[in-house]
Design a binder for this molecule. Structure first.
Ligand SMILES: Nc1nc2c(ncn2[C@@H]2O[C@H](COP(=O)(O)OP(=O)(O)OP(=O)(O)O)[C@@H](O)[C@H]2O)c(=O)[nH]1
Ligand SMILES: [Mg+2]
Length: 350
């Protein structure tokens, strides 16, 4: 998958190589490749369409920067637009003016809500903010035990009322308990749900209504791909989210879901989960994600490779000129610059 993506971008870039300007026609070709690349990165189709439109507008309006090849310039436009769509900068977890800050976790089954709850608690601990984990998943056997085990591991208290209690009541009492204990942040873990499960959705809405959270975080598995957009839309319409956590970014997902989440809900991704361990949580940086979606490592190599080729092509032209005795002062300057870049004439004069 990684290889295919870099190939797409290479060919997008090739279409602009050798052309000295970004024009209407070469933009269209390159945009087609970017479109394919984004779809391969699992970005939702509708999101891709909007995105491509915007990049097209930006590219057409862009000024030719001397010394920057159109291909590179184009990739930069794509990159910058990705960053823009994902929100430019990191948005930290909400902090209530009057503690406790209440955080509600929501998401589909198995996306990593329980793990992310503990990860968040550990993250807050590092900032000297105390937290309380509240176990409202009374449906999945051992869900409460799972949270208790995680809590013990990081030394964070867990509030639970067993599996026979009502989830809304557990949440309500959890908040009361947390307030009485002077806890800084209360994190409510909820049961996993299938998005079509209206009862579970209604219960989540009811918990939200009861606890009035400062933050409702949608936990999304990065492997969700195309579905991320619909799922975000559903949760946002039904519950209302203020942010998201993108989990399992340690897998080989390109993270295209990140683009969909932000675009559909307008809510920022605040953290990414990068492993099963409790420490494996990182703040979300749009810049890094853009590079990941684009496979920027590959692109940077490409640009370097391109520059080399460019220099060699230039040098070959110059050699022809010398042989034909058409070598003028501009060429001389150019060659001096080239020599500086390349270190030696040896390679191409022979
Ligand atoms: N590799 C990896 N695995 C993760 C990550 N986050 C969670 N997991 C794993 O995903 C599985 C499900 O995680 P849970 O935290 O139990 O997910 P959940 O959303 O609470 O699941 P339900 O309560 O059943 O809906 C577990 O095996 C976790 O270890 C992550 O960032 N990377
Ligand atoms: Mg869980």
């Amino acid at each position: 998958m990684f290889d295919a993506l870099s190939e797409r971008l290479e060919s997008a870039w090739k279409k602009l190589r050798g052309q000295d300007k970004i024009t209407e026609s070469n933009i269209q070709e390159a945009l087609k490749e970017v479109r394919r690349a984004l779809l391969e990165a699992d970005v939702n189709l509708m999101v891709v369409k909007d995105f491509i439109k915007e990049v097209g507008v930006q590219a057409q309006g862009s000024q030719v920067v001397s010394g920057v090849k159109p291909g590179q310039q184009f990739i930069k436009i794509v990159h910058d637009e990705l960053v823009k769509v994902m929100g430019e900068s990191n948005v930290p977890l909400a902090e209530a003016q009057q503690p406790p800050t209440i955080v509600l976790m929501a998401g589909l089954q198995g996306t990593g809500k329980t793990t992310a709850s503990a990860k968040l608690a550990l993250h807050l601990q590092k900032e000297n903010r105390s937290s309380l984990l509240v176990a409202t998943d009374v449906y999945r056997p051992a869900a409460i035990d799972q949270l208790m085990t995680l809590g013990k591991q990081i030394n964070v208290p867990v509030f639970e009322l067993g599996k026979d209690a009502d989830p809304v009541e557990i949440a309500r009492q959890g908040i009361e308990y947390g307030k009485a204990q002077g806890i800084d942040t209360i994190i409510i873990d909820t049961a996993g749900r299938l998005q079509i499960d209206q009862n579970m959705m209604a219960e989540l809405a009811q918990i939200k209504e009861t606890v009035q959270p400062h933050e409702t975080l949608l936990v999304v598995d990065a492997m969700t791909g195309q579905e991320a957009a619909t799922l975000t839309q559903t949760f946002n319409d039904r519950i209302g989210i203020t942010g998201a956590i993108l989990t399992k970014m340690d897998g080989d997902s390109r993270g295209g879901a990140a683009l969909s989440i932000r675009r559909v809900s307008g809510a920022p991704i605040k953290f990414v989960g990068v492993g099963e361990k409790v420490e494996a949580l990182q703040p979300f940086y749009p810049e890094r994600m853009a590079s990941r979606i684009l496979g920027m490592g590959d692109i940077l190599t490409l640009v370097e490779k391109a520059e080399e080729e460019f220099d060699i092509a230039d040098a070959e032209k110059m050699q022809e000129k010398i042989l034909e005795a058409k070598f003028d002062f501009t060429d001389f300057l150019k060659q001096t610059r080239l020599m500086k870049n390349m270190g030696s004439l040896g390679g191409w004069l022979n």
